[in-house]
Write a new protein. Structure first.
Length: 381
């Protein structure tokens, strides 16, 4: 059976170079990086080299990179510790954020630690920047938490504008950059961001490893306690093979960024053109159909099918070997559907099936043709 993997926003295929790094490090650098003997020192060198490489691509300093188990931990680290250590009493976010952010701030609110304000968004999922500014008050300690690239509809945040607003009003700024890092460039010397979260498996690295960017002299302290790893900011023996593999993944991603971005952009553009011709009435959720205002890696389509067809669509696509999703893989077991789409779609459109297709360098136009032919056959009208 033909198989097509169009769910790269959920996770990506690990590059061969990354697999080679994992294998080599597991075999040859098994020492604990906290040990002082030669085995430990050789592992420590790999960890610190990886830290420098990642920092270089973000225009940060190595001391500002803290290795974590992934994006969720990095988000929790920044948000919870901002409240615990930095006196944050007001969190400003949007209802379109990943649940790693939303559930964290909701728990803090339930415990009486903070109050939450949700910035308005329009029907395309765009942030109302004027409303955001109105929520910022100079007489309280606030944290703004907004994602750089929305994982379901692909909208890109004006990070420079938000960073400038936060700086003007003395607010901290946290970004979930899980769908951004490895796909876009950022200069953290130019853009005012205090905390940033990333995850290796979104840019062809391994699962179970990511990092937090923590601006120097922020005052943030540890979320996890134990040993003194990561300069006391994140206890636990470092997964050397995963960290080194993440370094390889980010290095390859940025070395090949322009070429791969052009290829994937052409693929997304081709998908948009072909599905529009094949299925009249199809629409694109958020700004995902706009090549200038959304990430080049995904498109989220609302299909003019019945609710009954929508109930079995993903199942039928899977039977045809096609991997895609309704939204975030982290909530695939939920019966509530996408919280992102429920905020921006009309009641009628919410009854129709919406599918996220996300692309990588490993996909082809022939795969696009196959997927669209299956969708068209599913609803020949």
């Amino acid at each position: 059976m033909k198989t097509v993997y169009f769910d790269n926003a959920a996770t990506t295929q690990v590059r061969d170079e990354v697999i080679n790094t994992i294998t080599d490090v597991i075999k040859n650098n098994f020492g604990n990086p906290s040990s002082t003997h030669s085995f430990g020192r050789s592992s420590k060198v790999l960890v610190e080299q990886s830290r420098k490489t990642i920092a270089k691509h973000l225009h940060a300093t190595a001391s500002e990179i803290v290795f974590t188990s992934g994006g969720t931990e990095a988000d929790n680290f920044a948000i919870q510790c901002s409240v615990k250590h930095l006196g944050v009493t007001h969190i400003i976010t949007s209802r379109l954020e990943h649940h790693a952010v939303l559930h964290t701030v909701e728990e803090l609110e339930r415990n009486g630690r903070v109050r939450i304000s949700y910035v308005n968004v329009n029907s395309n999922g765009e942030i109302d920047y004027n409303h955001l500014e109105s929520l910022l008050h100079d007489d309280e300690k606030a944290l703004v938490s907004l994602m750089l690239v929305n994982n379901e509809i692909g909208n890109i945040l004006d990070v420079k504008r938000v960073g400038d607003l936060c700086k003007t009003h003395g607010a901290l700024f946290h970004c979930d950059a899980v769908q951004f890092v490895g796909h876009f460039k950022i200069d953290l010397q130019d853009v005012h961001v205090d905390f940033l979260a990333a995850s290796a498996h979104k840019f062809h690295g391994p699962k179970g490893v990511g990092f937090a960017y923590v601006r120097k002299n922020s005052g943030l302290k540890a979320l996890l306690f134990g040993g003194e790893q990561e300069r006391g900011l994140r206890a636990g023996t470092e997964a050397v093979h995963n960290i080194a593999a993440m370094e390889t993944a980010i290095q390859v991603a940025y070395d090949a960024l322009d070429e791969e971005r052009q290829y994937i952009t052409e693929l997304k553009s081709y998908f948009i053109v072909e599905i529009t011709k094949a299925i009249p009435g199809v629409t694109f959720n958020g700004l995902s159909g706009d090549l200038d205002k959304s990430t080049y890696t995904l498109v989220n389509v609302c299909l003019p099918f019945t609710a009954d067809q929508g109930q079995i669509l993903l199942f039928q696509l899977d039977l045809k070997g096609i991997a895609c999703s309704k939204g975030s893989a982290c909530q695939s077991g939920s019966l509530k559907g996408s919280h992102v789409l429920s905020e921006i779609l009309s009641e009628d459109d919410m009854k129709k099936p919406s599918i996220r297709f996300s692309f990588s360098i490993y996909n082809t136009k022939a795969e696009v043709d196959y997927v669209i032919s299956v969708l068209k056959a599913f609803n020949p009208n």
